[in-house]
Design a binder for this molecule. Structure first.
Ligand code: DP6
Length: 342
């Protein structure tokens, strides 16, 4: 009889994967179940090409604890704890699939992760981080999970990471439970030549991260109203993307961002991510759209503004955005692919 140890020895113990961050047009804010990251609503996003997280995971019998290096710096504290908890889920899956014997729960890993985009740029790194980690772990342990299950797995690390697994334009179905809450692609990256111009006006770290913010959503009197209207905004936004209808897309995207920030501000404690600089960019882009430019805005849990436009607006918008007061940099990203093994 083949022993489990033999099987364990045969596993490809190391794998490298890349994943891109994504920008949500219809936002995820608040969970029905915080531990499982089952969201209050379905959300919709586009992966961001050119920006990536590259992660190598190495399971090694000689290690006696999990370790994490981020951009070359060994981590401890909350970041490591979150990754170790994620690795526990993956180890459990491998044991359940009999890829590892029961002792596999004590098979530790070293994770090495590098981002090509700057920290504090208003681009959530947890999405690409956990998508790349899920993909790498899947390869290293030989789990062989199909895309929907990979999306579910990365969701347990970070909700928005579920949307960085499939390619291009993606919908995360809120679902009813762990099994039905996953993301899938509804259009490839080349479907529509949109660009995300991330206008960086503040490089400081956000005061309250998304994970701490989600549980506060239910304290807002506006939360139920936001959730009641989100399916309709998602339907309009998705149809607008499929029809390449910028006007309808801009309406749904801007309104949805406004709703999320209204809930954030009216939560207890109140979360206020926009600054005066944020407002300046929002007003400016609104003005340009009134003048006929295909540009709109969306803002995540921070002050920086994602200006979304069609590719043919880039020649006008990029220098114009860079020339605005207090703009530190503008990062340009086109629609991107899903996560993949290297
Ligand atoms: C404002 O996915 O970062 O970017 O699940 O706790 O990791 P965790 O939260 P996260 O939340 C993203 C919030 C958002 C909106 C969005 O991307 O949909």
């Amino acid at each position: 009889m083949r022993s489990r140890i033999n099987l364990l020895d045969k596993l490809p113990f190391t794998a490298t994967a890349i994943a891109h961050p994504n920008i949500a047009f219809i936002k995820y804010w608040g969970n029905r179940d915080d531990a499982l990251r089952l969201p209050l609503n379905s959300s919709l996003s586009m992966n961001l090409a050119g920006l990536e997280t590259r992660t190598t995971v190495r399971f090694d019998k000689s290690l006696n604890t999990d370790s994490l290096s981020l951009n070359g710096v060994l981590q401890d504290g909350a970041g490591l704890t979150r990754v170790a908890a994620f690795l526990d889920v993956a180890r459990k899956l491998a044991v359940e699939a009999k890829l590892l014997g029961p002792k596999g729960l004590g098979l530790f890993a070293h994770v090495e992760s590098v981002n090509t985009f700057p920290a504090g740029a208003g681009i959530a790194s947890s999405a690409s981080a956990f998508a790349a980690l899920a993909m790498a772990v899947n390869g290293a342990l030989g789990l062989n999970l199909p895309e929907a299950q990979l999306s579910r797995l990365s969701r347990l690390g970070s909700g928005s990471a579920s949307r960085s697994i499939p390619t291009g334009f993606v919908e995360w179905h809120a679902g009813q439970d762990d099994e039905s809450s996953y993301a899938e692609s509804f259009a490839p990256p080349e479907h529509w030549d949109l660009v995300d111009m991330v206008v960086i006006i503040d490089q400081g770290h956000k005061q309250v991260g998304s994970s701490q913010g989600h549980p506060l959503a239910r304290t807002s009197p506006l939360n139920d109203l936001r959730v009641a209207g989100v399916d309709e905004r998602l339907r309009v936004c998705k149809e607008a993307i499929l029809a390449r209808d910028f006007e309808a897309f801009a309406w749904a995207t801007e309104l949805d961002s406004e709703w999320m920030h209204a809930v954030m501000r009216t939560s207890t404690p109140s979360l206020r991510y926009w600054t005066a600089r944020t407002e300046t960019v929002l007003w400016q882009v609104r003005y340009w759209r009134q003048k006929g430019h295909a540009l709109c805005t969306t803002v995540d849990a921070g002050p920086n503004v994602h200006v979304i436009g069609t590719q043919d607006e880039l020649d006008f918008a990029l220098p114009a955005l860079k020339a605005l007061p207090n703009v530190i940099d503008v990062i340009v990203a086109k629609p991107g692919a899903g996560a993949s093994l290297v």
